[in-house]
Each structure stands twice: as structure tokens, then as C-alpha cells.
Design a protein around this ligand. Structure first.
Ligand SMILES: Nc1ncnc2c1ncn2[C@@H]1O[C@H](COP(=O)(O)OP(=O)(O)O)[C@@H](O)[C@H]1O
Ligand SMILES: [Mg+2]
Length: 262
């Protein structure tokens, strides 16, 4: 028994996610087996910003889908921290924009709050605040097709944040936006994470992005994906790319990604 009267060890409360020996194989339309993940083990603590970097096709999306409960592992053990539940306090931002095309920006952002039964005026206020926060003030009543790619992704992030998630899963969310928007969105996400201390798991194939954002960078091997290397990033935020520490880390992560690390 612990002091607070539960039988959970205090360390349990600090865990957001644990994976041990997780494997996933797909069967293609032609019947071939594609092993996407092989023996993935990972422990994520509350409040961490973990970035996972890996080549296209190495299993990053598969991993996030397993964590989000959208697919099942074939083997291994996966558990979320106590009180973390999909549809409640876990949000997922997908690689491709997933706004409802028939809803305005504000109505997309407030959707999760509507599902929770929040009164209209409350959810409207909260959604408008979030849209302002992500730089979409003035576009509250625009439909997704009236927004640029970067704007849609901002709205998708506001939508994910509306439910005040304790765990935020992000699948290459800035992959389809231009460089300057990407830098701006990275800064916005870092600020939001620092304010809310949400646990973030962010996958990308971009080494620079992984280092700019992560408190820990996990490097995925080529398919079947497996964590091959891990870097703790202690650089101060906001991160300055034009420093020797940053470029040294960049070279290290790059090399480990291509299996060239000594
Ligand atoms: N539903 C599926 N059916 C068959 N193969 C799949 C399926 N989903 C993913 N794959 C395969 O699994 C591998 C990993 O895919 P994915 O997780 O999407 O990689 P990443 O996100 O790193 O680019 C790829 O070879 C992909 O073709
Ligand atoms: Mg992917």
C-alpha cells in the first residue's frame, strides 16, 4: 500500500506509456507478409516530449496507431498510464488533415467539446481562444477548403488541444507545410507543451525537427522498425539551430539513422 491509500507504486503515476517487445506484421493484398514493427520497447514519462525519427516506411504510423488503439499488436505488451483513455484525454493529429469538411474551423475545434456535452457558448469561447492561439483569428467561420494546408494543420492542432489532452500523438503533422510555416508551428507547439506539460509523442522523418522539438529523440531502424538509438536533448529552448551543439547532435542522429554511427 502506498501513502495515498492506493496499491500503486508512486512511480506508476509518472508513466504515460509503456511498450515491451511490440511486434506488428501486415499481410498485403497479394498475401505477402510485411513486418512493420519488430520488438519495440519504450517507456515514456508524463510531461516528456518524445520525438521518433525514422525513414519513410519504417513503421512510425503503425506505432502511433497501436498506441492510439486504432490497430492491435501481434505480440508484446502495450499499456497506457492510468487514467489515459482514447476518446477522453488522448488526442491524435494525423499526417493528413482530418478536419470535417462540412464544419467551419470553429465548429471543427469545438467538436470534441460538443461530444462532452459542454454548453454551446462555453465551447464557442474555448474554440475561438484556441484558434487565436494557433494564429487563425479571423478564420473562425472558414471551411477547411477555404484554408491553406498550413492553416488546416493549425486548425487540426487546435482541435486536438481543445480536449486538453494528457497525451498528444502527432504523426508528421508538419510534413505538408512550407518551411517557414513549419518553423512557426514548431515554436507554437513547443510553447503550448511548455505551458501545459502534456506528454507528446511526435513522429517525423525530419532529423532537424526531431531535435528542435524533443526532450528525447528515438531513432527508428529501417523496416521492420525498432528503436536503434536514443538521444537525450538538453539544449535550451527555443532551440538555436546555428550552434555547434545543435549541428553536432544533428550529425550524430543523422548517422545513427543511416546506421553509420561508430
Ligand atoms: N494496413 C496495412 N496493410 C499492409 N501493409 C501496411 C499497412 N499499414 C502499413 N503497412 C506497411 O507497413 C510498413 C510501415 O508503414 P508505416 O507505419 O505507415 O510507415 P511510416 O509511417 O514510418 O512511413 C510499410 O511497409 C507499409 O507499407
Ligand atoms: Mg507515416
Amino acid at each position: 500500500m502506498t501513502l495515498d491509500g492506493t496499491d500503486k507504486h508512486p512511480k506508476e503515476k509518472l508513466i504515460a506509456l509503456e511498450l515491451r517487445g511490440v511486434c506488428k506484421t501486415f499481410r498485403s493484398d497479394t498475401g505477402d507478409r510485411v513486418k512493420a514493427l519488430n520488438d519495440v520497447s519504450l517507456l515514456v514519462h508524463r510531461g516528456e516530449f518524445v520525438t521518433i525519427v525514422g525513414a519513410t516506411g519504417c513503421g512510425k504510423t503503425t506505432l502511433l496507431n497501436l498506441i492510439a488503439g486504432l490497430d492491435m499488436a501481434d505480440d508484446g505488451y502495450l499499456r497506457l498510464g492510468e487514467d489515459l483513455r482514447f476518446g477522453d484525454n488522448i488526442a491524435h493529429v494525423f499526417q493528413h488533415y482530418t478536419l470535417f469538411p462540412w464544419r467551419t474551423a470553429v465548429s471543427n475545434v469545438s467538436f470534441g467539446l460538443q461530444m462532452r456535452g459542454l454548453p454551446r457558448s462555453e465551447r464557442q469561447t474555448r474554440a475561438e481562444e484556441l484558434l487565436t492561439r494557433v494564429g487563425l483569428k479571423g478564420f473562425e467561420n472558414a471551411y477547411p477548403h477555404e484554408l491553406s494546408g498550413g492553416m488546416r494543420q493549425r486548425a487540426a492542432i487546435a482541435q486536438a488541444l481543445a480536449i486538453e489532452p494528457k497525451l498528444l500523438l502527432m504523426d508528421e503533422p508538419f510534413g505538408a507545410v512550407d518551411d517557414s510555416t513549419r518553423t512557426e508551428l514548431q515554436q507554437m507547439l513547443t510553447d503550448l507543451w511548455q505551458e501545459n506539460q502534456t506528454t507528446v509523442i511526435f513522429v517525423t522523418h525530419n532529423v532537424d525537427e526531431a531535435i528542435v522539438l524533443g526532450s528525447r529523440v528515438l531513432v527508428f531502424s529501417e523496416r521492420p522498425g525498432k528503436i536503434s538509438c536514443e538521444f537525450k536533448i538538453c539544449l535550451p529552448r527555443p532551440r538555436n539551430r546555428i550552434t555547434k551543439e545543435f549541428t553536432d547532435l544533428f550529425i550524430h542522429v543523422r548517422k545513427s539513422l543511416s546506421g553509420q554511427l561508430d
